[in-house]
Design a protein around this ligand. Sequence first.
Ligand SMILES: *[C@@H]1O[C@H](CO)[C@@H](O)[C@H](O)[C@H]1NC(C)=O
Ligand SMILES: *[C@@H]1O[C@H](CO)[C@@H](O)[C@H](O)[C@H]1NC(C)=O
Ligand SMILES: *[C@@H]1O[C@H](CO)[C@@H](O)[C@H](O)[C@H]1NC(C)=O
Ligand SMILES: *[C@@H]1O[C@H](CO)[C@@H](O)[C@H](O)[C@H]1NC(C)=O
Length: 370
Amino acid sequence: MTEKVLGGGGGLAAALLLLLSHLRLSFGTCPCEDPALCNPIQGSRDFEVLVFDVGGKNWKFYNWSHITTVAIFGNYDPELMCYAHSKGARVVLKGDVSVKKIVDRAFRASWINQQVDLAKKQYMDGINIDIEQEVEKLSPEYYALTDLVKETTEAFHREIPGSQVTFDIAWSPNCIDKRCYNYTGIAESCDFVFVMSYDEQSQVWSQCIARANAPYNQTIAAYDDYINMGINPKKIVMGVPWYGYDYACLGLIKSHICSIAEVPFRGAPCSDAAGRQIPYKVIMIKVNTSLTRILWNEEEEAPYLEYKDPNGAFHQVWFDNPRSISMKAAYVKERGLRGIGMWNGDCLDYSDGSVPRKQTQAMWEALIPK
Ligand SMILES: *[C@@H]1O[C@H](CO)[C@@H](O)[C@H](O)[C@H]1NC(C)=O
Ligand SMILES: *[C@@H]1O[C@H](CO)[C@@H](O)[C@H](O)[C@H]1NC(C)=O
Ligand SMILES: *[C@@H]1O[C@H](CO)[C@@H](O)[C@H](O)[C@H]1NC(C)=O
Ligand SMILES: *[C@@H]1O[C@H](CO)[C@@H](O)[C@H](O)[C@H]1NC(C)=O
């Protein structure tokens, strides 16, 4: 076709034009076998299950029967987009931007345009905004952040019908990690907030010891706080961790108290930064060679285990498992929240063995309230 239009002349120019037209074509071409799979997902399901994907091909083994949204925090994978759409699940961008810069209205608008263009180009269904920066209450950044969420939602809804804009918030509204955001304003301005109910020991002012990543009572109390502030439960999705913390103990006593190094974080003297985050699949490999196998802490209602490393140091590992996650999922149902999700979908062992297969299936099943 290009040759006909250009007729005989042209040589190099014609070749260039041909190349350009092919490039344009490849940007505009749906990568899915069925072009209908490039259409954005419409409508919503009763129970939201949001999965964070951090890259690789594990997604092929996710349990897709309940997934409603996959947030792409790794590289964009067109194959994943096509597959998710074939299962009726949305695929959304990760959104992060400097809160200092978005105070400038023009910068904010151009950032939003870029996100919308990228989503369109990749046939995606929205954006999950994950800004975990410090913001002071009533500061210019405080107002700009609420405006950013509002304007992003308006732009996406207008430009990509059916699209979804969500925002990740701290496990508690009480200025956790110096993130003092306008939570009610943000929740009002987007489709829902995702509460990151983990890293709950990021700021510890009491005894500096290893504790649960997401203790049950502390987790639940914070949802009550958000709801009591006036956020509609149907605008809240609970986030649970599929990872835990491995702490090297400075001392470990019989009653399972593991004292840890004092590592300060955002004003607090002690923090989970003293530990190392490890995925559920790695924790499960440690169980059989641990000193304790899986123990249960009644106060925090969380599992943990202890092991000795090759240098002879004791470690305590705190995590979540089907038992602790299903308790939280039960609360999601009881309190009428919008759904559940996890950081992150790639923490499980998707290999073929019968033990990992069972463990992985149980983790997916624990998400769905009975
Ligand atoms: C939070 O945002 C909402 C919506 O923009 C606004 O009505 C409210 O005044 C804000 N709250 C504060 C404390 O600024
Ligand atoms: C751990 O031990 C259990 C029971 O003793 C066994 O069924 C399982 O296969 C072992 N797991 C691994 C990873 O070796
Ligand atoms: C958790 O909270 C409930 C309700 O407030 C209370 O009855 C219970 O004792 C608490 N559990 C622990 C272990 O603190
Ligand atoms: C996915 O979840 C459904 C419902 O919970 C369950 O019936 C099914 O066996 C699971 N599939 C896999 C592959 O684990």
